[in-house]
Structures are given as C-alpha cells and as structure tokens.
Design a protein around this ligand. Sequence first.
Ligand SMILES: NC(=O)C1=CN([C@@H]2O[C@H](COP(=O)(O)OP(=O)(O)OC[C@H]3O[C@@H](n4cnc5c(N)ncnc54)[C@H](O)[C@@H]3O)[C@@H](O)[C@H]2O)C=CC1
Ligand SMILES: O=C(CO)COP(=O)(O)O
Length: 345
Amino acid sequence: MKEIAVLGAGSWGTALSLVLADNGHKVRLWSHRKEQADEINQTHQNLKYLDVTLPSNIVAYSDVESCISGVKAIVIVVPTKAIREMCKQLNKSIEPSIPIIHASKGIEPVSLKRVSQMISEELDDYKYEDIVVLSGPSHAEEVALRHPTTVTVASLNSEHAKLAQDLFINESFRVYTSSDVLGIELGGALKNIIALGAGISDGLGYGDNAKAALMTRGLAEIARLGTKLGANPLSFLGLSGVGDLIVTCTSVHSRNWRAGNLLGKGHKLEDVLKEMGMVVEGVRTVKAAYQYAKEENVEMPITEGIYQVLFEGKKPNEVVEQLMNRSKREEMNDIAHLLYERYAR
Ligand SMILES: NC(=O)C1=CN([C@@H]2O[C@H](COP(=O)(O)OP(=O)(O)OC[C@H]3O[C@@H](n4cnc5c(N)ncnc54)[C@H](O)[C@@H]3O)[C@@H](O)[C@H]2O)C=CC1
Ligand SMILES: O=C(CO)COP(=O)(O)O
C-alpha cells in the first residue's frame, strides 16, 4: 500500500483514483475548489463528473501542500490549460525525487509544448526524463465500471514507467510500458482533433464511410506530424494512437465527439462549450497542431478544416466539400510508408 496524490478531481482524476484505490492504495484526491473537496468527503461522490460511490481510501483535499506531503507518487490530471498554474503551486513543496505521472491529453497553443515539457519547465529541479505519461483508450465512465481497459505508460526513465505500471495494473486495467514519450503524448492529444471531426461528420448526418475515412486519414496526419517531430511511427499503431482514436471517434462518452456533433448540427462553438461543462481538449490542441503544421510544412488538411470550422466561421459542409475535392493523388498510407522507410530498407 502506498499513499498517492491525484491532482485534478474531474472525471479522469476520479476514475484513476478508483483504480489506485482498488489496488489497495490510499488516495489523496486534490480539487482546486474547496466546495468540491468538501462535497467529496461528505458524500463520497463526485456527481458532476462521475456517477460512482467512492471508497473510504479516497480522501479529497483542497490544499495542494498537505495533499502531496509524504506521498510516494503524484498523478497530475488537470486540463492542459491548467498544467502550468498547477505546477507553480506544486513547486513550493514538491520533492524532486517523487515520481510524477501525468494523464492529461493536450498541446499548448503558441508554445506548442506537450504536457511533460510544461511540467518539467515549471518544476525547478525536476527532469523531463523522469516524467511518466499515461494514455490510451480509456473513458472514465467505463473505467469506473471496471470494464476491461488498456493503457500505456511511457517514460525515458524505465524505473518510473515500471513503477507507474505496478501502481495501476489490475485485472480490469491493463498497463503496458513504452519509452516513446513523444509518440504516446502526441497520439493522445492529436486524436482529440479527429474526434471533433468525427462528431462534426455525424452531426452533419454522414454515415460510417465518412467516419472511417476521417479516422484513417486522420491517423495518417497524426503519424505524419508525430514522426516529423521524432516520435516512433509504431506508437501510432498502438493504444495511444489508433486505440485512442477509435474510442474517441466512436463513443458517446467522448466530450470531443459530442462537441463536434453539436457543431455539425449548426451550434456555435461558444454555446457548445458552455453546454459541455467539461474540458474539450481538442479545441485548444487544434490551434497548436494547425500552427505546427504551418510552421513545419506538414500536410494536415483535416486538421486545417476543423480549425476553419472552429475559428474561421467556415461551415462544416463546406469543409467536407473542400476535403473531397482536393487534387487527385495516390493513396500513400503514411504509417506503412514511414515504417518501411525506417525498418525495411
Ligand atoms: N474523462 C476521460 O475519460 C479522460 C480524460 N483524459 C484527460 O484528462 C484531463 C482531465 O480531463 P477530465 O478529468 O476528463 O476533465 P473534467 O472536465 O471532467 O474535469 C476537469 C477538472 O479540472 C478542474 N480544473 C479546472 N480548471 C482547473 C485549474 N485551473 N486548476 C486545477 N483544476 C482545474 C475542474 O474543476 C475539474 O475538476 C484532460 O486532459 C483529458 O483529456 C484522459 C483520458 C480519459
Ligand atoms: O481521452 C479520452 C478517452 O481515451 C477521453 O476523450 P474525451 O476527452 O473526448 O472525452
């Protein structure tokens, strides 16, 4: 049994706390809102985010310093936009030797930084190499029901990756390890853009053919950008690549899919985000990916189209027309091509 701090009491922080609690650990679940922490401790529920009763080995905190004091590992799972602010609070009291596992899926616009990069930038004395990312096809709602789920934990520090695997693995939550931090983080973040697209397509009333096309060509875009940045192309065929892409594009649990669905039905982004009431990471990540693609000269027409719908007022059906009328070309399966280039020649 270990004491573990989980920072971020939304859907995913609550579900990951349940996994740790099932494994016999004592969990300190931090919320930045005192009323939420009080409610969790009084009712043993966190109903706005997850419909589940929490066991007594999950205790909520609203003071970050006492939450992390003496713990054996810290799990960071706040929305990407809150990562820097959260780390600034941690900086005052964190011991640099404590393993950090993050489970947030996003890229910061403008700086184009991944979550592990932001964490290591904000925490003095904390090395990027030691951070672990946890990602994969894992909707909180199903994890809370103990439905079979698989994820990957990646770190350049293999000891930390193994420690994260040992903390979380159990009979309904299977955890693999990887050393490709870049690929695992990018796969988890970029699939949210394609899930917005899948939702838009469904909202427009297009069927399975269109969605399959978006997912396949979307994966090609993810892999194209990811490998350009140095990720291993094989990672995009794994749990945090194609696995997370499938689950997010096809599930009603996905907030990115649901937001896209409303956009496809003609609702305004501002109203959609109000209605969701939970984080829709793809909205910020598409800004970052669009900027990356322009700067690095990477062809990402689906990402560009979704950016245009979200931020340039383009109508979803116009974007579909634009995608369908691109110049004729040979199908190049980017991942197969990248693998061939890297391994077969
Ligand atoms: N919900 C899911 O099934 C999964 C979510 N994720 C990722 O986990 C991360 C968190 O997502 P969810 O828990 O689902 O979000 P959520 O929308 O359910 O909850 C977000 C939580 O963050 C808190 N928060 C908001 N601003 C904050 C700030 N400035 N400082 C500290 N806390 C703040 C909110 O009060 C809330 O408790 C995201 O990056 C998401 O992509 C990853 C895998 C699965
Ligand atoms: O990442 C997720 C499942 O793996 C959750 O996706 P949403 O943020 O779209 O709900």
